[in-house]
Ligand binder design. Structure first.
Ligand code: M6R
Length: 351
């Protein structure tokens, strides 16, 4: 139920701190991560992970790739489900296929599952819906515990997908310096500090998103969040939005920058701070209206949105939240049907 909320999307954005806490409750016990040994074994035995997903779930997969590679040292590829069947990569000797899907019903992903099962490969589904098709048909399932997601625009499922991949990667990695349950608790608090102050996102949507187009830019993991932020803005506000690797701008896209074009940059990693900021200067010099979303330790005085620090591997969980709110308010200000945007269905059950 929506309760006092005007839209499911806003409710689901606000639920994210609770979802992260629930994931900690479900997956941690006495300082240890509880995941079925069979699943841990399947991941450990794999020489390569193939993440298969669509839309927002694929964007979560990109973030997961970094976790599996950096924490657990397992090479990981991310594939668009609908392309995998045609652009099939050379598959390694011991692959594990990981299907990420909020609904567990996405037909494009199912088509890949059917194909890889025929080839005899093992599979794991990470989904919000127990008993869903992808869950039933894969060898293993990990649940998101995000609660029902009703709005077509996915928000809490994305953050849950990122968090559950972090939990799995940390489990497989074994003992490291990362105290994940503690770091996720910090994430939940930081999320709450963002959702508690919505006025600034409403103002950014109003003051900056005045044109029919918009760009999100970032480097490193911020690039992946830029892709997700762009999808969220376009699908509900119908503003043509693209997410770009900040360094790619000068290879073509910068030609589109004119007076007033909104460009929103995400800066959450020390290694990208200077370079992303110089890309912001480049577009600003060409007339763009720029917004910077940064972590406090990397922030400069003029940044419009400053978020408290979280562990560097977990920044997408917090940087995405302002972008969800900006999308929500942009759609609200335009008077669109936020929970049911035109031409879209909650789960896409045709290929
Ligand atoms: O249920 P799934 O996670 O498999 O759905 C995948 C996409 O259809 C979904 O994430 C879609 O991109 C959302 N509308 C994005 O907000």
């Amino acid at each position: 139920e929506k309760g006092t909320y005007p839209h499911y999307m806003l409710k689901e954005i606000d639920e994210q701190p609770y979802v992260i806490r629930r994931i900690v409750e479900q997956y941690f016990e006495d300082g240890d991560i509880k995941i079925d040994q069979e699943i841990v074994k399947a991941v450990k035995e794999a020489d390569r992970l193939y993440i298969i997903a669509a839309g927002t779930s694929m964007h979560a997969g990109f973030v997961g790739k970094q976790m599996f590679e950096q924490l657990a040292g397992i090479p990981t590829e991310v594939h668009i489900s609908s392309e995998f069947v045609y652009n099939t990569p050379v598959i390694s000797k011991k692959p594990l296929f990981i299907f990420i899907s909020q609904s567990g019903e996405t037909a494009d992903s199912r088509a890949v599952l059917v194909k890889i099962k025929q080839l005899g490969y093992p599979s794991l589904t990470i989904t919000n819906v127990p008993g869903s098709t992808l869950s039933r048909e894969a060898d293993h399932t990990l649940l998101l515990y995000a609660g029902p997601e009703i709005a077509v625009a996915s928000t809490k499922a994305y953050t849950a997908q990122v968090a559950v991949q972090a939990v799995l990667a940390a489990k497989v990695a074994g003992k490291t310096d990362l105290d994940l349950s503690r770091e996720l608790a910090i994430v939940a608090n930081v999320m709450e500090s963002i959702t508690d102050h919505k006025e600034q996102y409403e103002a950014i949507a109003k003051d900056y998103l005045t044109q029919r187009n918009c760009f999100y830019i970032g480097r490193h993991v911020d690039y992946y969040v830029a892709l997700e932020a762009a999808l969220k803005l376009k699908e509900i506000s119908y503003i043509q939005t693209e997410g770009f690797a900040a360094g790619e701008l000068k290879h073509g896209t910068i030609a589109l920058i004119e007076k007033g074009t909104p460009v929103i940059a995400i800066v959450s990693q020390e290694s990208v701070n200077l370079n992303t900021r110089s890309n912001v200067k480049e577009v600003k010099a060409r007339g763009a209206n720029t917004v910077i979303i940064s972590l406090r330790s990397l922030s400069s005085e003029t940044d419009q949105i400053v978020i408290d620090d979280v562990h560097p591997l977990l920044t997408p969980l917090v940087t995405v939240v302002p972008t969800q709110l900006i999308s929500y308010y942009a759609a609200l200000q335009r008077g669109f049907d936020i929970d049911k945007p035109r031409n879209l269905a909650k789960s896409v059950t045709v290929e």
